[in-house]
Write a protein that binds this ligand. Structure first.
Ligand code: LLP
Length: 422
């Protein structure tokens, strides 16, 4: 459920009309709904209220400071993958003791900063990374809390680019090696084993792969326990899907209940703190991207609706053939419907936001690309020297620009002409 709805033929975000936002801020722009972000985060909180837990929002999905701040105010933890994300969390008022650090190649300076801030846990993905972390912690005279990210080799049944828990993926430590690597970690003096972690992929629409992964992790936990290695928390990563079109992913409540049911059968399962790292399921349907129709270009085999947003603003359709709904914002004026490929101004055939969409539109009309709150702006680029769009947060009837549209001069900020002093 989200807070984007039509009223009298006009699309609103909460109590704010999207046409007003587009007029004041210009297009393309991203618009987020605070109430929707809160609702999605709270759905996880409520699903887990009777079990020790921490919801660590995956910052990569949408790292705008205002988004992070909305979640920080609710007591969220954060899953980060770089020093940049860590500093964003800090700038947004996040609590470092609720941060987990994922990623396959954390640099020494990133580890050092995270240790200095006292993060909750490092999700370590290889033996050399363990050794690096131990050395950095030793240099700083501290002990680093670690989880091993285990690759459980389950098929998440999702797009190959966003499936991460298979043997062939670069992520994690193979589940069969993990027992040994835990013993190595236990022997390193500047590490403290605190958890076990996995993340099997993104946009999962079934609970079964998560349960398969849990099963494999519990087997490993049994073996570790026999060796006297106790784990305080189990981090099951992110990955819960969202409805983009006609997918019916389980709600957080259903997802969490099934996992808790299984965990309850495992001795001591009630004391194991559960961590989740949801990104998409919190942010995707809390945002839209607004774009205006520039031209309609009828063709022999295709009609094109050329809009002012492009693949550089929202790359998911081009990169993953992702389908995101494209709808008219103001439906009051009557228009002839036709089938269009909705394309942008970038000089690439792959520059499309949607294909074969039936739309009743005219030049100048405003469109909303839905489900754009996750992996939208964060994946935007300046390709074709296009300034990145503005971002807006709606809160009730008010809205605020939470990132200004880039200026043309921003495009070359940091660049120099040849021969100029550095
Ligand atoms: N934790 C880890 C370690 C991850 O790698 C990811 C996502 C998440 C959590 C959050 O997963 P989520 O709940 O959002 O599914 N750009 C792609 C998605 C890439 C996901 C990468 N990892 C897309 O637009 O579909």
């Amino acid at each position: 459920m989200d807070h984007f709805e039509y009223r009298d033929g006009q699309l609103y975000a909460e109590q704010a009309a999207l046409t007003d936002i587009a007029e004041q801020v210009g297009t393309p722009c991203y618009v987020y709904s605070r109430a929707t972000l809160e609702r999605h985060f709270n759905a996880y909180e409520q699903a887990l209220e009777n079990h020790p837990h921490l919801i660590c929002y995956a910052v990569k999905a949408n790292s705008n400071l205002a988004v992070l701040n909305v979640l920080a105010r609710l007591g969220a933890g954060f899953d980060i993958v770089s020093i940049g994300e860590l500093e964003r969390v800090m700038a947004a008022g996040g609590d470092p003791s609720r941060v987990v650090f994922s990623g396959v190649a954390k640099q020494e300076h990133e580890m050092a900063r995270a240790l200095e801030l006292g993060i909750k846990c490092f999700n370590v993905e290889s033996r050399p990374e363990l050794e690096r972390l131990n050395a950095v912690a030793e240099r700083l005279g501290v002990v680093a809390p670690v989880s091993l990210r285990v690759n459980p080799d389950v098929d998440a049944g999702t797009h190959p680019y966003i499936s991460t828990g298979l043997k062939d993926n670069k992520f994690g430590i193979p589940v069969d090696d993990a027992f040994e690597v835990y013993q190595q970690a236990a022997a390193l003096p500047h590490l403290k084993i605190s958890g076990l972690d996995c993340h099997i992929g993104s946009q999962l629409t079934e609970v079964a792969p998560f349960l398969d992964a849990l099963e494999r992790l519990l087997l490993l936990l049994d073996r570790l326990r026999d060796r006297g290695i106790e784990i305080e928390h189990l981090d099951l990563g992110g990955g819960l899907g969202v409805p983009y079109r006609d997918e019916t992913p389980p709600a957080p409540f259903v997802y969490a209940s099934k996992l808790l049911e299984r965990l309850a059968q495992w001795p001591g399962g009630d004391k194991l703190t559960l961590l989740f790292e949801p990104g998409r399921s919190i942010a995707a349907n809390a945002g839209v991207m607004l774009t205006r129709v520039e031209f309609l270009k009828p063709g022999e085999t295709k009609n094109f609706a050329i809009v002012d947003a492009a693949m550089n603003d929202l790359i998911r359709p081009a990169l993953y053939q992702a389908w995101q709904a494209i709808i008219r914002v103001d439906t009051q004026a009557s228009r002839e419907p036709a089938v269009y490929d909705v394309v942008g101004p970038v000089c690439e055939t792959g520059d499309f936001l949607g294909k074969d969409r039936e739309l009743a539109i005219a030049p100048g009309d405003l469109l909303a690309v839905r489900s754009a709150g996750a992996y939208g702006f964060v994946m935007a680029s300046n390709y074709n020297s296009r300034p990145r769009p503005a971002e807006v947060m709606v809160d009730g009837e008010r809205f605020q620009v939470v990132r200004h549209r880039e200026q043309i001069s921003d495009l070359w900020a940091g660049e120099t002409l040849l021969g100029e002093p550095q």
